[in-house]
Design a binder for this molecule. Structure first.
Ligand code: COA
Length: 434
């Protein structure tokens, strides 16, 4: 170690070997299969629209970082029940987002501030471009709070006893169409538009890029699991249109001569809750399978509410999903639809950061917010890392108040903010990571 501050630089996208070396660091750090020139070249078109940075020492990459412009779903009128703008307004809303991924530092160079410098560089750049929030999935929950990130969503992994889950309560949605076998070619064709529509109704959710689709369909490494049977099916609506799909894989296991297979749902998306329910019905009905697993289901997953035996669906893990760093408070607050009219003065605490300030949030009868800087007394004070919970609206703010994650200056102020913000989404798809 020289003691010199190593500069942040970018891999040369016209030099495949340099990009392979850059990728090799993060795939090694994340214990992913080794990357190749071929795979790197497949990723290059996407990289050309992204911001790849890192730190090099003596010609070797010792840190990597990647970010790109996108958007995240926030509650729209479809979720808050407020009127849409009419015309082609589908009732969804998004907020401009810097999506952050490929964050790695070589074990030889950790705890020397490299992540801190790369993150600041990224956030400063995104803020200068007027991006409202930055979003990432964290490997460890203790890393990103120091940079102003806070929890925006949680994700659930499910483990289902398929036999106990067969019988559904009388009011469960009836299948509005039928499920038929399919393949990845059909899903590649119909999936993108359906996924995009579904994720826009799920606060926090981000879109799936072409390369993310290739990964999802296991057309580029890494594959989602050991080689083995893959089942693909689509749901067809009454008018013959495909309006959902499921992709799952099975693993065989026999115990005492009886089949005890596990099926894992890699993807399940439907245009409506009834379609999602029909696809779950299909997944639960596979012969030989006694355990069904699903990862990264969002807040509002309906599977657990369908069987009579509610214990049949177990949340095997509840983990943090999207972490957001708010960069532009007015833009972020204005982006979403609010659940009722009202006014709350928010003091956002972000020492030295772009979110610091006092803002009047005025919501009209249509659920639209006006956000203005104000000197009026604050009703609620919240650190920047609690703001994402207010923006996605999927959190109950009362326990956050009890835990000191925000503070109120007049009785009931957090309850009023909660009532403005709260939405109850239904998960129509798995939550996409990065
Ligand atoms: C996480 C990682 C990128 C951190 O890089 P780094 O360059 O060592 O981080 P910094 O030196 O800038 O650390 C900044 C601060 O975060 C803390 N920190 C860093 N990693 C942390 C972790 N995993 N858990 C808790 N705190 C952590 C540091 O202790 C330091 O605290 P301080 O400011 O109080 O001294 C690096 O450890 C790494 O590559 N880990 C494996 C891959 C990974 O998890 N990547 C993140 C993907 S989302």
């Amino acid at each position: 170690m020289t003691g010199d501050v190593l500069p942040i630089s970018s891999p040369d996208l016209d030099d495949t070997a340099d990009v392979v070396a850059w990728r090799t660091l993060f795939v090694t750090v994340f214990a992913m299969p080794a990357t190749s020139a071929e795979e790197t070249e497949a990723a290059l078109p996407a990289y050309r629209d992204q911001r790849l940075t890192g730190v090099k020492e003596d010609g070797r990459w010792v840190a990597t970082f990647r970010s790109w412009a996108g958007d995240s779903a926030v509650p729209g009128p479809a979720l808050t029940g407020m009127p849409t703008a009419g015309g082609d307004d589908d009732g969804s809303r998004t907020v401009s987002t810097e999506l952050v991924s490929s964050v790695s530092v070589s074990p030889s160079h950790r705890r020397r501030g490299l992540l801190t410098r790369m993150m600041r560089d990224c956030l400063d750049d995104a803020a200068s471009r007027g991006v409202a929030v930055a979003s990432l999935f964290a490997s460890e929950a203790a890393i990103y709070g120091r940079f102003g990130y806070g929890l925006a969503t949680t994700v659930h992994d499910l483990a289902v006893d398929t036999r106990a889950a067969q019988r559904w309560h009388a009011g469960a949605p009836a299948d509005p169409g039928r499920v038929r076998p399919s393949d990845d070619d059909e899903i590649a064709e119909v999936g993108p538009a359906l996924f995009e529509a579904a994720r826009r109704t799920m606060p926090g959710a981000v879109g799936r890029s072409p390369i993310a689709w290739l990964r999802q369909l296991e057309r580029v490494p890494p594959s989602k699991g050991p080689d083995g049977p893959r089942f693909r099916a689509v749901h067809v609506g009454p008018d013959g249109t495909v309006d959902g799909w499921v992709r799952l894989r099975t693993e065989s296991s026999w115990q005492d001569g009886a089949p005890r297979y596990t099926a894992t749902v890699d993807d399940l998306t439907g245009a409506t809750p009834a379609v999602v329910a029909a696809l779950w019905r299909y997944a639960l009905g596979l012969d030989l399978v006694t355990t069904l697993k699903a990862e990264h289901r969002g807040a509002g997953e309906l599977l657990g509410h369908l069987p009579v035996d509610t214990r049949a669906v177990r949340v095997s893990a509840e983990a943090d999903g999207h972490w957001w760093r708010v960069l532009d408070v007015p833009a972020a607050l204005r982006s979403r639809s609010w659940s009722r009219a009202g006014r709350v003065v928010l003091e956002v605490v972000d020492p030295g950061g772009p979110a610091q300030g006092r803002w009047s949030l005025d919501v009209d009868e249509q659920g639209r917010a006006e956000v203005t800087p104000t000197d009026a007394a604050a009703d609620v004070t919240l650190p920047v890392h609690t703001l994402p919970a207010v923006l996605t609206g999927v959190w109950d703010l009362a326990p956050l108040l009890a835990a000191g994650r925000l503070d109120e200056h007049s009785p009931g102020a957090v309850r009023r903010l909660h009532d403005l913000a709260r939405v109850a989404p239904v998960a129509l798809s798995a939550v996409q990571g990065f």
